[in-house]
Design a protein around this ligand. Sequence first.
Ligand code: GLU
Length: 445
Amino acid sequence: MNEADFIERVRARNPNEPEYLQAVEEVVASLWPFLQDEGRRYLDAGVLERLTEGDRAISFRVAWIDDQGEVQTNRGYRIQWCGVLGPYKGGLRFHPSVNFAISKFLAFEQTFKNALTTLPLGGAKGGADFDPKGKSDEEVMRFCQSFMTELSRYIGPDVDVPAGDIGVGGREIGYLFGQYRRMTGRFEGALTGKGVGWGGSEIRTEATGYGAIFFAQEMFAARDEGLEGKTVGISGAGNVAQYAAEKAIALGAKVVTMSDSSGFIHDPAGIDRDKLEWIKALKNDRRGRIREYAEQFDAEYHEGKKPWSVAMDLALPCATQNELGREDAEALVKNECAAIVEGANMPCTAAAAKLIRERGLLYAPGKAANAGGVATSGLEMTQNSQRMYWGRERVEDELHEIMRDIHRACCEHGKGEDGQIDYVRGANIAGFIRVADAMIAQGAI
Ligand code: GLU
């Protein structure tokens, strides 16, 4: 079978799932030359066919009562993609866009990402088409309780360990964990991202954003450059964006943009530590809109726009999938942006990614650059199993080391004949080898 036939087969088996197909096409394009050559045995063992078919997909009804006493119905998902490396692991997303295609692409990506961390983690993802925006605390709690009543059948510390993602933060994990404990009668590490006072890990909240910056630091270091003085553009204003900004600022970079689904703010003077604390309170406590920042600090606000037309050395898309299109990539190239580091999962469209790679910008895919979140979840699982608590410094050091190792793995498998690093190829091959070796060792499963 050639590459085109293989992709056609995946397309035919998964109709109407564009995001899933996009993720598969990118991975297969990276792997194909390797599979024809030194990776032949993986092809012969049918690893690619198996890896494009998840272990199982669960979908369920989530009925709950809103504040008006009306019954609401949503759909919940858990896609357990590949369990050869450890218990299934991956976040839960609560957002109206969540459907099978999105859950599958995320579970597929998660499998490679988790493999890259080198921790014993399988790949999974899930969530619901529930929109937390505008909901009261009580509504969110009732939804989480109903969701977990069903999900609790399928998870557990040695089975599947969900965490947060878009729309699922500390508050939701708290409600989900409470209901898991009530359903099972067990206090155990069946979820990560828990509060530090009740089984959570230090640095887990910060980990995805910090990890992305550690990764960017390694990319620049390979060119004998640092982040100090660099202009950084960030999209999003949620968990990943906030802590990417925090670490970038701490390392002396100037963060000039952040955004939400309504528009972006541009602060040429730079978002400093105090302004960032204000954004955290705005987004995490008051659940307000980023436009309020512009009024508060006399910055620009661009309604309905994305930040990529602003001049920046480092672009960090930290919002959601396919948020950065070809025109955005053209603007970044035109403004001589040096690097794009994906804090979100698959934020660049296929066309944007193609252009970025053709033009030779440094480009870190999400499965490498944002792996710090799940890696620290892995460290939370270890602490839960040990019934131990590790201090902040220890966890941050471990996270930093893991990000350095992922960078090294990308270089090892992504170095071209011209000496340039293709991080997409490197990440895909390194993640694949780890999963594929375990798959072959465990037989035809
Ligand atoms: N949702 C995060 C991700 O995309 C974290 C998953 C986890 O910690 O299990 O990797």
